[in-house]
Design a protein around this ligand. Structure first.
Ligand SMILES: Nc1nc2c(ncn2[C@@H]2O[C@H](COP(=O)(O)OP(=O)(O)OP(=O)(O)O)[C@@H](O)[C@H]2O)c(=O)[nH]1
Length: 316
């Protein structure tokens, strides 16, 4: 594939009236942050699942138009941490609030506003958030009636002093444009910070590893998804065959988890490999040969050094 598509070299657009800046998406786990990012970008870059703590990287996507460049910072969901990984993810998410132009807090419109939302909203009072405009995004609008949406808006109004509020659905695309326009209003005039054809600041290996992790999150429930980490050991493009050869390692914490990931006669790992390969072929625009290995690394989630080695949280 053409890796330049990820890093970009085209001259950044600029000019009078051009706006540019950073918007951070925050919210409880599962609020729909990564899905909104993908909908804005018009393609899947960030992984999503209904397992909390899906997002482990503070992830920047670059959305460029003729009249603006918006750098969207996706963050791990904010929640009460239970281990070093949870703490690292919270630190990473809160750090992404510093020095941004807009903070968009997502609140799931289909769930009652609760203490988790209150806790996240309270973080917006910090000194580092002072200058940012705050948009309340009521997400998953397709799951609620108009009346429920109004009720949710009333509850959300009490959480913070919002500069704007938008109800939308990333699934149907409803009102996502309105959100983009709202952000644009709040961005300062300035030149593009990144090349026009750059889509993300993450190395392609990180995105590939995340796509594999997503398939595991979607296949298994409970403890297993939180216990895995994925690294790309080797990735090589064979031009003649238009083929990317990828060797990935899936780390788990216990032998029993290794057995679960592999499945009876290798059935589970085979399915994960197949599904990941299909997604990766779309992402990379080439054929993909994917080799997955499972390895046990005891208690890696309790070890900050290990977590950073995976590149999760602050490690990048
Ligand atoms: N029906 C519906 N489901 C949505 C919408 N947006 C997100 N979801 C679903 O909600 C779940 C969580 O979405 P994510 O985008 O992964 O949420 P997140 O806030 O990034 O989650 P973390 O990474 O855990 O912080 C997924 O199963 C999504 O498919 C929406 O607009 N409508």
């Amino acid at each position: 594939m053409d890796l330049d598509a990820y890093f970009g070299h085209a001259a950044p657009p600029s000019g009078e009236g051009f706006k540019s800046g950073f918007v951070t998406l925050i919210g409880r786990p599962n609020a729909g942050k990564s899905t909104l990012l993908n909908t804005i970008m018009g393609k899947k870059i960030a992984i999503t699942s209904n397992t909390a703590q899906t997002t482990r990287h503070r992830f920047r996507a670059v959305y460029t138009r003729d009249d603006m460049q918006m750098i969207i910072v996706d963050t791990p969901g904010l929640h009460k941490p239970h281990d070093a990984l949870g703490e690292e993810l919270n630190t990473s998410a809160l750090k992404a609030l510093e020095d941004v132009d807009v903070i968009a807090m997502l609140i799931d419109a289909s769930k009652p506003v609760g203490r988790g939302d209150e806790w996240v909203a309270a973080q917006l009072d910090g000194p580092h958030c002072k200058h940012a405009k705050k948009i309340c995004v009521l997400s998953k609008g397709d799951l609620v009636t108009t009346e429920q949406m109004h009720e949710q808006a009333e509850a959300a109004k009490k959480l913070a002093n919002w500069d704007a509020m938008v109800g939308l659905s990333s699934e149907s695309g409803y009102n996502v444009d309105a959100f983009i326009e709202e952000v644009q209003c709040f961005l300062p005039e300035g030149p593009a910070w990144f090349p026009a054809d750059m889509e993300t600041d993450q190395p392609i290996e990180v995105i590939v590893a995340e796509f594999i992790r997503e398939k595991i999150l979607r296949t298994f429930r409970d403890e297993v998804p939180h216990s895995i980490g994925v690294t790309i050991e080797h990735m090589e493009y064979e031009k003649k065959k238009d083929l990317n050869r990828i060797l990935a390692r899936i780390y788990v914490e216990r032998d029993s988890q290794k057995g679960i990931i592999i499945g009876k006669g290798g059935s589970a790992i085979k399915r994960i490999g197949q599904e990941a390969r299909e997604d990766l072929e779309q992402l990379l625009g080439t054929r993909v040969y994917l080799d997955l290995m499972v390895k046990v690394k005891k208690n890696w989630r309790r070890d900050a050094t290990q977590i950073r080695r995976f590149g999760y949280g602050e490690g990048l």
